[in-house]
Design a protein around this ligand. Structure first.
Ligand code: UT7
Length: 321
């Protein structure tokens, strides 16, 4: 039994934040941001608009595309690092909004790899026969955690959500998923506040993302190269067997390095980082949905999804779409 993608959906908040506007906030330039990251603009959630609000719109679109009703869904997983609340989980809030019934619902926090982790988990449930129709979401409002005075992070991130409905099918399907983590790199990317550690908001100015970008960059390029090799080897495939690379959208230079490693032309790579920035767990499903809805990715083609993020976490999924 395989988990087949029956439909995808995505949602972006309306407000666009351009590089020109960021020039008025911090000592940066449109040129620097475009050259070093490939980002031209990103979306920002409206005041009061939460991760669950974004997830709901993406999920509704995915369910409509898949032709499934709320009652059909028997598993809901949300990849997010920016839940509405500490608890209930965003998945529980979303389950109620969508009227899904009492299916299992939980969040996965794997930072930017959250959707790949969620997809991998749902795939195991479907392969095992314990779920037949799974809704998998990646949704974030990471801009709520940014220090708008820190030019090394505030230019990078955006908000959004993407979703996929997986159904059990004898035809492939997700061919394999691969997830990894190494907690030894926590100092390079993360926050130093939290529930148990204490927020100490008055001392630190709230929850803030901090990143040693250049060091993260090098590990990301190496690690994504390795996960690509691992995924191909697990499926006894060659680079040329992959039709599309749908990568995490953190930095165009990282995406190009992975494409080079796969000997793929950029024509075969889905790029949204220019318009979305880094939307963390939402970035892969946003790119996947755009690729499918634009008609670029077609049924029968092979897709390689990959992501790398805070933790560090990383993962990949090879899909016969
Ligand atoms: O999604 C989770 C995983 N995250 C990532 O994969 C992100 C990985 N890292 C990156 O994408 C890149 O490292 C960045 C885009 C964050 C930074 O690019 P970089 O080429 O690695 O630049 P850098 O950090 O080495 O900084 C180069 C220079 C520095 O100035 P000096 O020390 O050379 O004078 C920075 O202070 O660029 C400066 N700089 C900026 N200048 C203008 C850093 N941020 C900015 C900025 N505008 N926004």
């Amino acid at each position: 039994m395989y988990a087949r993608i029956a439909g995808t959906g995505s949602y972006l908040p309306e407000r666009i934040l351009t590089n020109a506007e960021l020039e008025t906030l911090v000592d940066t330039s449109d040129q620097w941001i475009r050259d070093r990251t490939g980002i031209a603009e990103r979306r920002i959630a409206a005041e009061g608009q939460t991760t669950c609000d974004l997830a709901e719109q993406a999920a509704l679109r995915a369910m409509e595309a898949a032709g499934v009703k709320p009652a059909d869904i028997d598993l809901l997983i949300v990849g997010t690092t920016t839940p509405d609340l500490v608890f209930p989980s965003t998945a529980c809030l979303l389950q109620h909004r969508l009227g899904l019934g009492d299916c299992g619902a939980f969040d996965i926090n794997a930072a930017c790899s959250g959707f790949i982790y969620a997809l991998s988990t749902a795939d195991q449930f479907i392969r095992a026969g314990t779920a037949r129709t799974a809704l998998v979401v990646g949704a974030e409002t990471l801009t709520r955690m940014l220090d708008w005075g820190d030019r090394s992070t505030c230019v990078l991130f955006g908000d959004g959500a993407g979703a996929a409905v997986l159904v059990a099918d004898e035809q492939p399907g997700i061919l394999s998923t691969h997830i990894h983590a190494n907690g030894g790199y926590a100092d390079l990317l993360g926050t130093d506040v939290g529930v148990s550690k204490g927020f100490k908001a008055e001392e630190r100015g709230g929850v803030r993302v901090s990143m040693r970008g250049n060091e993260v960059f090098k590990v990301a390029v190496n690690t994504l190269g390795r996960i690509v090799d691992e995924t191909l080897a697990a499926n006894q495939m060659q680079k040329s067997d992959i039709d599309w690379l749908i990568p995490h959208q953190a930095n165009l230079r990282i995406i190009k390095a992975t494409a080079r490693k796969l000997q793929m032309s950029m024509e075969q790579v889905i790029v949204t980082v220019d318009r979305h920035g880094n939307t963390s767990a939402a970035s892969v499903p946003l790119a996947l949905d755009e690729a499918i809805r634009s008609g670029r990715v077609k049924r029968g083609e092979r897709l390689l999804l990959e992501a790398f993020g805070g933790g560090f976490t990383w993962g990949a999924a090879l899909i016969a779409y």
